[in-house]
Design a protein around this ligand. Structure first.
Ligand code: SF4
Length: 283
């Protein structure tokens, strides 16, 4: 499980599948006790079972790639039912959700479907491209879309956002993602304002780039505390492949990008005021 810090006030508990951890309740309780905004990612399967534990989180981030045949083709049979059940369960329990949609060659026609689900359940969608290489390897990911089709899809999402569709990415974020998979510069704050903490306590600047270090003890000294580790964190000097929607938004905000700041401010304002998701989608 990763644990990147979000500015001063947030942490994300992304996948793998954090709900498999028996101590997740303690982690959430500790973070919320310190006034930290907590978002938990999940494939949805265990959400109904663990709904009591999740009442204390600020947001649950669920992955939805499209209609049942599309989603199940990408994530396995039965996974569509799990995620839809989780979205419904969060909605019924007034728990805020966001939907993550990874753009693949199988789901570029499913953008409206996912946006409609988000609107129906008062949620919002963040879009991002898929990773080009399979995790832990140099092998090409066989389900990446063709760049031209992907660019058309991003242009379409930009148009839908202009029409007030519930798209979480900022316009600047989408314009950055449009460049995938070509090298594209972005101000990177990984290791300075954000980091990833692995279950074994190792701290990385960015798991998207340093994933080959996860199992490498030689990449780490022995530290007694996280502070020391963070101080010595290995920074990434040059990275032109920033394709995670949240990393992009965070980097743009830290680079004082006006559109990204405004987008984040609107989301945060609604969050602080406790404005229901229904109204967020209308902004
Ligand atoms: S993917 Fe690259 S640019 Fe983006 S946060 Fe990670 S290291 Fe920085």
């Amino acid at each position: 499980m990763n644990f990147p810090a979000w500015a001063q006030d947030g942490c994300l508990l992304p996948g793998g599948e954090p709900l498999l951890r028996n101590d997740l309740g303690g982690i959430i309780h500790h973070a919320r006790g310190k006034g930290i905004y907590v978002s938990v990612s999940s494939n949805g399967k265990l959400v109904p079972e663990k709904i009591e534990l999740l009442r204390n989180v600020n947001k649950i981030k669920l992955s939805l790639d499209g209609q049942q045949d599309v989603h199940d083709r990408i994530r396995g049979k039965g996974s569509f039912f799990s995620v839809m059940n989780a979205i419904q369960c969060c909605y019924d329990n007034s728990i805020s959700t966001s939907i993550q949609c990874v753009l693949l060659k199988y789901n570029l026609h499913s953008i409206d479907y996912v946006l409609n689900i988000a609107r129906k359940f008062h949620s919002q969608v963040s879009f991002q491209p898929s990773i080009q290489k399979l995790l832990w390897s140099e092998e090409q990911n066989p389900i990446v879309p063709l760049p031209g089709e992907y660019m058309n899809a991003i242009n379409y999402i930009i148009r839908r956002k202009r029409e007030s569709a519930p798209v979480l990415n900022s316009f600047s974020g989408l314009k950055y993602l449009y460049n995938w998979p070509n090298n594209t510069k972005i101000g990177c704050s990984a290791g300075i304002l954000s980091c990833n903490v692995e279950p074994n306590g190792k701290i990385f600047a960015c798991d998207r780039v340093q994933y080959l270090d996860f199992n490498s003890d030689s990449a780490f000294k022995n530290y007694n505390n996280a502070k020391g580790q963070f101080k010595d964190i290995k920074l990434i000097r040059k990275c032109y492949q920033c394709w995670g929607a949240l990393q992009v938004e965070f980097n743009l905000i830290c680079s004082f990008n006006f559109e990204a700041i405004l987008n984040y401010w609107r989301i945060s304002r609604n969050r602080r005021k406790g404005i229901p998701q229904k109204k967020i989608n209308k902004n």
